[in-house]
Design a protein around this ligand. Structure first.
Ligand SMILES: Nc1ncnc2c1ncn2[C@@H]1O[C@H](COP(=O)(O)OP(=O)(O)OP(=O)(O)O)[C@@H](O)[C@H]1O
Ligand SMILES: [Mg+2]
Length: 304
């Protein structure tokens, strides 16, 4: 008898508290108004009701979020909460993961990217990405930078049209220098552009990947913890770069470093365990006056 009562009580409490939580985290439920971020100007990207599954694992749950153009949006939250998964939804990089299934909508400049006639090469040129671990091609530093623009034909038309009339080599040299300077790497590699990129240090490889992403002149730059392998000086260069980029580009950056998120972003989205977007708003508001207790606990270091 007492055993039955015990089971019933457990079932009851499980039904009342369906949220998956990490130890130390409260069981507070998210509210729509905590993620309903209103801003002036246009949304560059708009995700609506995004769910991502890896097989049976429901990694991202009903995420809706509009990302304003020409600004920096930080994504923060504990490991495994779906930040990289969400980022990869924004240029359909999850399509490359066999087990991943994406439901919902993402619009870029008001046009749905999850439809059949979308050119994924073109999409990823417009929405470039820098990954968590640097992944340079096993080619020279110069070729790493020029590969994308060559593939897209930008060396002949479009992006470098103002360089027409010069030889291809001059155009490439200028593009390589500009991109490496933007990524704060030029001074360290200008005399070894023909060396293999795999000979660079980890932090240099990461900056090379940033330069490579910038070389195709994207409109949106997705950055997944781009500074996690960098020393404080290179990190601060990347932060300055992100700040500069936001004048012309829309930057979405994942970081585990909350001071970094607070320093460089205009708005912050907090994901928590279970793949939920719990809070989204102006960075100052999210850090100084979070609406959600779970977010306050996370930011103040009580868990995660
Ligand atoms: N390729 C994959 N196959 C199967 N499961 C995956 C895959 N990628 C991510 N997951 C799962 O999806 C969930 C979210 O992972 P994701 O990498 O998006 O988290 P994250 O917030 O970026 O974490 P971190 O801060 O550690 O990078 C995790 O449970 C993870 O195990
Ligand atoms: Mg990640």
């Amino acid at each position: 008898m007492s055993e039955t009562a015990h089971t019933t009580e457990n079932e009851q409490s499980a039904a009342d508290q369906p949220l998956q939580v990490t130890s130390g985290e409260t069981r507070e439920k998210s509210r729509d108004e905590w993620t309903d971020y209103e801003f002036e100007g246009e949304a560059k990207l708009a995700a609506e009701d995004l769910d991502v599954y890896y097989g049976d694992d429901h990694a991202l749950k009903g995420v809706s979020m509009e990302i304003p153009e020409n600004s920096v949006t930080a994504l923060i939250g504990p490991s495994g909460c779906g930040k990289s998964t969400f980022l990869r939804c924004l240029n359909r990089m999850n399509d490359r993961i066999g087990a991943a299934r994406v439901d919902g909508s993402v619009q870029l400049d008001g046009r749905e990217i999850y439809q059949d006639n979308v050119n994924l090469v073109e999409l990823r040129k417009r929405v470039g990405m820098v990954f968590q671990s640097p992944n340079p091609f096993p080619k020279s530093i110069r070729d790493n930078i020029s590969y994308g623009p060559r593939k897209h034909g930008d060396l002949e038309t479009g992006l470098l049209a103002n360089l027409l009339g010069r030889s291809d080599d001059d155009a490439i040299d200028e593009l390589v220098e500009r991109s490496l300077r933007q990524a704060a790497l030029w001074d360290e590699v200008s005399d070894r552009l023909d060396d293999n990129a795999l000979g660079l240090s980890g932090g240099q490889q990461q900056r090379l990947c940033i330069a490579r992403a910038l070389a195709t002149d994207p409109e949106v730059l997705l950055m997944d913890e781009p500074a996690s392998a960098l020393d404080p000086i290179a990190t601060s260069k990347i932060e300055d770069l992100v700040h500069e980029l936001a004048k012309e580009y829309t930057v979405v950056i994942v970081t585990h470093n909350m001071q970094q998120a607070a320093r460089i972003s205009d708005q912050t989205a907090v994901f928590l365990t279970g793949g939920e977007l719990v809070e989204y708003g102006d960075t100052d508001q999210v850090f100084e006056d979070p609406q959600s207790q779970r977010v306050e606990d996370y930011i103040s270091g009580k868990f995660g």
